[in-house]
Design a protein around this ligand. Structure first.
Ligand SMILES: O=C(O)CCC(=O)C(=O)O
Length: 262
């Protein structure tokens, strides 16, 4: 401290003041150095309690901007993206986004909409091991052994309303979702329950009045380098989607880390 005080020259900014002296610049650099040496603060977290034991944690700046672009480029180029055919409401359709699946060896196979993705090994993609490590560090006590990657090339690519409620994840799965590239809206809506479902006469009255049934909804604008975590009964009681957005003109890559029960 004493040495810094000795270095200080005249106060800059006074009328007729010369350019800051070397000693003032030295002090500024020293103060800057001190700020950089200060304990790094963990990134800000926003917690949304959805009620009924469901929760969402959102960390907007999980990965620093430049690092996140580096990871985006590497994933965009090196992942063997596929756009598979799936069965929806009895019809075959091409999925509206590129996907790839990674899992530990020996886990129960993932199957959704009549499609069973090939499970690649983590060893094929060192970058995914790095991202998984960062996720585990941010979420102490959590453990993920599989990953579904999605690439939305344009605003016409989307994922429709669904829940990741496959039995292989158990009753209260934790899903950690990392986003790179274009910002897109991530929506959550409550699944209708018996107590919320309207009776026939209530529904008829609503139709006459042209009123939509009240439904709990939440929306998150998922930023480049962000992490969103769904916890508790979110998959049992809520659905999520990433809708089409005409204005989304650049690609977005999303990684959802999951734990398959063994
Ligand atoms: O792209 C996203 O943010 C969501 C992806 C998703 O819902 C899923 O992989 O199940």
């Amino acid at each position: 401290m004493a040495s810094r005080l000795r270095l200080v020259g005249r106060t800059p900014g006074a009328v007729g003041e010369l350019a800051p002296s070397v000693s003032v610049k030295a002090e500024a650099r020293e103060l800057e150095g001190e700020a950089n040496r200060a304990e790094p603060q963990p990134p800000r977290r926003e917690v949304t309690d959805l009620g009924g034991g469901s929760k969402v944690v959102y960390i907007p700046r999980f990965v620093a901007r430049e690092k996140a672009w580096e990871w985006f480029d590497c994933l965009d180029k090196t992942i063997p993206w596929k756009r598979p055919e799936i069965r929806v409401f009895g019809r075959t359709a091409v999925q509206h986004r590129d996907v790839c699946y990674i899992a530990d060896e020996g886990l129960t196979d993932l199957k959704y909409s009549g499609h069973q993705p090939h499970a690649h090994s983590w060893d094929e993609f060192p970058i995914l091991k790095d991202i998984l490590k960062a996720v585990h560090e941010a979420l102490p006590g959590s453990y993920f052994n599989s990953l579904l990657l999605n690439r939305y090339k344009t605003g016409s690519d989307y994922v429709s309303w669904h829940a990741d409620d496959e039995p292989l994840y158990g009753p209260t799965p934790e899903i950690a979702s990392v986003t790179f590239g274009c910002e897109r809206e991530f929506l959550l809506r409550k699944k209708p329950t018996k107590s919320h479902a309207a009776s026939g006469s209530e529904e008829a009255a609503r139709k006459r009045l042209k009123v939509t049934a009240p439904q709990q909804r939440h929306s998150f604008l998922l930023k480049h380098g962000s992490l969103l975590v769904m916890r508790g009964y979110t998959q049992r009681d809520w659905q999520h989607s990433v809708p089409k957005r005409a204005k989304a003109s650049s690609p977005r890559i999303n990684l959802t880390f999951r734990h398959v029960l063994t």
